[in-house]
Design a protein around this ligand. Structure first.
Ligand SMILES: *[C@@H]1O[C@H](CO)[C@@H](O)[C@H](O)[C@H]1NC(C)=O
Ligand SMILES: *[C@@H]1O[C@H](CO)[C@@H](O)[C@H](O)[C@H]1NC(C)=O
Ligand SMILES: *[C@@H]1O[C@H](CO)[C@@H](O)[C@H](O)[C@H]1NC(C)=O
Ligand SMILES: *[C@@H]1O[C@H](CO)[C@@H](O)[C@H](O)[C@H]1NC(C)=O
Ligand SMILES: *[C@@H]1O[C@H](CO)[C@@H](O)[C@H](O)[C@H]1NC(C)=O
Length: 719
């Protein structure tokens, strides 16, 4: 094996040197030399990275103002209970005090333990107050302010080097556009535009030189965070976002969404060719349930297909925006293009019904909307194929089982049982669950619940002596956008678009009827009218998202700051003017909420697909008691939060009435009623329906960052 010693080679940005080398799995790969200053001391890989999202700094935040109404935390100080470090569990944005304290905490606690930072957008305040309208300058300034925080903590010298901006940080940082980072929010036109130009400057320390041109086309790029090993892609999800009325999906060649997907396809192909892996990041995740769809369907379709075809390359997909801690699967069965994808007919899978109803694309703001969305996720997990006896989703078992299956086959063992097991694995796309892809969503810094950070541990076996990129770098595949039209295509098939148009105009009843008819006599499904990404080579091993290997995610720590506690301590210790001596007040501490691998609930051995399916299938069960999962005897209870906030009451939490809009589910009306009825009545209400699946309940506690009491969860979800 050829070890490439990048330190020995001098580098010129434009003329990246290529050489052939043998990678560990014997594939030929191209190596692009990374830029390294001779003699520079480099940090070794730590096997961890930080995901931070939705910071939403608000310069107009006033401590002790009123948290609700038309001016969330912008009113007169002294009249309300907006905390010094932010108003947890409200719609208020983040005061600078919390932004400062969060970055201070990062510096003290994790700065030296991470290899790179994934920063998934929304670094300006919301457009939530008529008296404080947003301006382009304000939105840009708040983004500059947030970049300054990164410079303060991760900067090599405390400023962005004007001569060599890409050499300004100790670790690579990969930012993405959020829907509030532009004006008006959600509306991102085809590039180049005002906002690609603005951010070319704001993010000058982050966008690789070689990709400036492509960034100008639409605000997308990737950064090679571990030279020749791992690239982090910054997707501009606003081109996929259904609320962006300036664009129209990903099917028409004239659309930036189409070009974005083409770019992604070509770059992922290039990454594959080089034997590298990729993490995809973006702001708005591809959430798609009956009541909620974030992305235009044409973009969702392509993305799902891309994830499928590049499943040997993609390590993980990481998003923000929704503020709720959760995850979602993309399912080959949801692909409307029915064609053979490397040996498997997508029609082999049983898709879920009911996906063409008009869906809500607004953020899951209200409790009712969140309830509906999370319940639908739960229902979809309930529909996952059930493992028969002798098979399981447990990843520790799946490879052993795969072997057993083969051996039993040879022996010609029990036919019927074997058939069931074979069917199960066929249903989930083989022993690694390759029918599915995964999207991870971290909750936010803005304290809609509690502020949070996520530290993700990944596998660096065999790379212990390597280092994160010391300069921002990332040589893209050579692609000339002017030539996009020349890409060879599968001939377009008209039915595709006709079908869409028909669906858009038909009413629901007609659609239902048609679906019934279709079931009886399946029509020939549409073929894609765009270049379909190539699948992995049939000889290649399952990717890092499926089988544990170098660069696979292993675990994460979800951290939270209990602002209720911290604000109270701050208030108490201040003098009569509410002031502290400089540097004397209590500050913000982020504590462990949970660790995916080390708590009595999730206990995930790693974060590969089968681990997620194992978790989701159990969450989806009607009933699941503690005994149904193996509880670790050595559990360190002090490590993580479990049944906290038991005593809290809505009225104490300052949750706004408007969270319980009357036109939402009856369950939220129940909460409303009981809140109005006062504490006594609520506590007496003895025969509340308790949730019967402790894992589902824990998932929900985490979704809301442990701000909801168990009683509240029972009332909302326990029906
Ligand atoms: C934030 O930190 C900076 C630098 O430490 C300091 O100058 C500034 O006053 C702080 N701002 C707030 C609101 O705490
Ligand atoms: C595999 O699953 C069986 C039950 O299905 C369990 O008893 C066994 O401990 C599992 N093995 C591993 C290595 O997890
Ligand atoms: C990390 O990768 C190595 C090499 O592929 C593998 O042997 C090991 O089991 C992985 N570790 C974890 C915790 O998944
Ligand atoms: C989670 O806990 C396990 C076991 O203690 C530990 O090995 C792992 O590093 C933790 N994860 C993170 C991201 O710190
Ligand atoms: C946060 O702090 C409050 C006040 O001390 C406490 O009642 C609550 O249980 C804490 N919640 C969590 C999740 O730590």
């Amino acid at each position: 094996m050829v070890r490439f010693s990048s330190e020995l080679l001098l580098f010129t940005v434009c003329a990246a040197a290529y050489q052939e080398a043998e990678s560990t799995n014997g594939q030929q790969q191209r190596i692009i030399q990374s830029p390294v200053e001779p003699g520079s001391v480099q940090r070794k890989l730590q096997g961890r990275f930080l995901h931070i999202t939705d910071i939403h700094p608000d310069p107009f935040y006033k401590a002790y103002s009123i948290t609700d109404g038309d001016h969330p935390c912008h009113g007169k100080a002294g009249k309300g209970d907006a905390g010094y470090f932010g108003a947890e569990m409200t719609d208020c944005d983040t005061p600078f005090t919390l932004v400062n304290a969060t970055f201070d905490w990062i510096e003290k606690n994790i700065k030296d333990d991470i290899d790179f930072v994934v920063w998934t957008g929304d670094s300006a305040r919301h457009d939530n107050d008529e008296d404080y309208p947003r301006s382009s300058k304000q939105v840009a300034d708040l983004n500059r302010y947030t970049v300054d925080q990164f410079v303060r903590i991760f900067g090599k010298t405390g400023k962005i080097d004007p001569k060599n901006p890409l050499d300004s940080f100790v670790v690579p940082i990969v930012p993405t556009y959020g829907n509030n980072d532009i004006l008006p929010h959600n509306i991102f036109t085809k590039g180049p535009n005002r906002w690609t130009r603005e951010f070319e400057d704001i993010w000058r320390g982050f966008i690789p030189q070689e990709q400036k041109h492509s960034f100008a086309r639409g605000g997308w790029y990737f950064s090679e965070v571990i030279p020749n090993r791992l690239a982090v892609f910054s997707l501009n999800s606003l081109y996929f976002f259904d609320s962006n009325s300036a664009v129209d999906g990903c099917d028409a060649k004239s659309e930036p969404g189409y070009e974005h997907m083409e770019w992604l396809r070509i770059q992922l192909e290039f990454i594959r060719e080089r034997g590298m892996k990729a993490i995809l990041t973006g702001h708005v995740p591809p959430a798609r349930t009956e009541s909620k769809q974030n992305w235009d369907e044409t973009c969702f379709q392509k993305y799902t297909l891309w994830l499928r075809q590049y499943r040997d390359v993609i390590v993980a997909s990481i998003f923000g925006h929704m503020n709720v801690d959760h995850f979602m699967f993309q399912d080959v069965a949801e692909l409307k293009y029915k064609f053979k994808i490397d040996g498997l007919e997508s029609e082999d899978y049983e898709a879920e019904e009911g996906f063409d109803i008009a869906r809500d694309t607004s953020p899951v703001d209200t409790l009712g909307a969140k309830k509906a969305y999370l319940s639908e996720l739960h229902d979809s997990w309930a529909g996952l194929p059930k493992p028969p006896k002798g098979a399981s989703y447990n990843p520790l078992n799946s490879s052993i089982e795969a072997d057993l299956v083969k051996r039993r086959k040879r022996k010609g063992g029990k036919k019927k049982k074997q058939k069931e097991i074979d069917k199960f694995y066929k249903q989930i796309g083989g022993p690694w669950g390759e029918r599915f892809s995964l999207t991870l969503v971290s909750p936010s810094v803005v304290p809609n619940f509690f502020p949070t950070l996520r530290i993700i541990e990944y596998n660096i076996t065999g790379m212990e002596r390597e280092h994160p990129a010391s300069h921002i770098m990332g040589t893209p595949a050579e692609v000339f956008y002017g030539q996009l039209d020349d890409v060879t295509e599968i001939p377009p098939e008209e039915p595709l678009r006709a079908e869409r148009r028909r669906r858009d105009t038909e009413d629901v009843d007609v659609q239902k009827k048609r679906r019934k008819k279709k079931k009886k006599k399946p029509k020939r499904p549409p073929k894609p009218n765009f270049p379909v990404p190539l699948p992995p080579k049939s000889s290649s091993a399952p990717g890092p998202a499926y089988s544990p290997q170098a660069l696979s995610l292993i675990s994460w720590k979800q951290l939270y700051a209990n602002l209720t506690e911290i604000n109270a301590a701050h208030k108490e210790s201040a003098n009569s003017n509410g002031k502290h001596k400089p540097g004397n007040g209590p500050s913000v501490d982020y504590k462990l909420e949970y660790n995916t691998s080390h708590d009595k609930y999730y206990k995930m051995n790693d974060l590969t697909m089968m681990s997620w399916l194992h978790l989701a299938e159990r969450i989806g069960r009607e009933e699941l008691q503690h005994g149904d999962v193996e509880i670790s005897e050595r559990l360190d209870e002090s490590d993580a939060v479990t049944n906290i906030a038991e005593e809290a009451d809505w009225t104490d939490l300052g949750v706004d009435d408007s969270d319980f809009d009357s036109d939402h589910e009856s369950e939220s009306q129940d909460v409303h009623a009981s809140k109005k009825g006062g504490k006594k009545k609520k506590n007496k209400k003895a025969k509340k329906k308790k949730m019967k699946n402790h894992l589902w309940k824990e998932f929900l506690r985490r979704a809301y960052v442990h701000t909801m009491t168990d009683d509240e969860l029972d009332e909302i979800f326990g029906s």
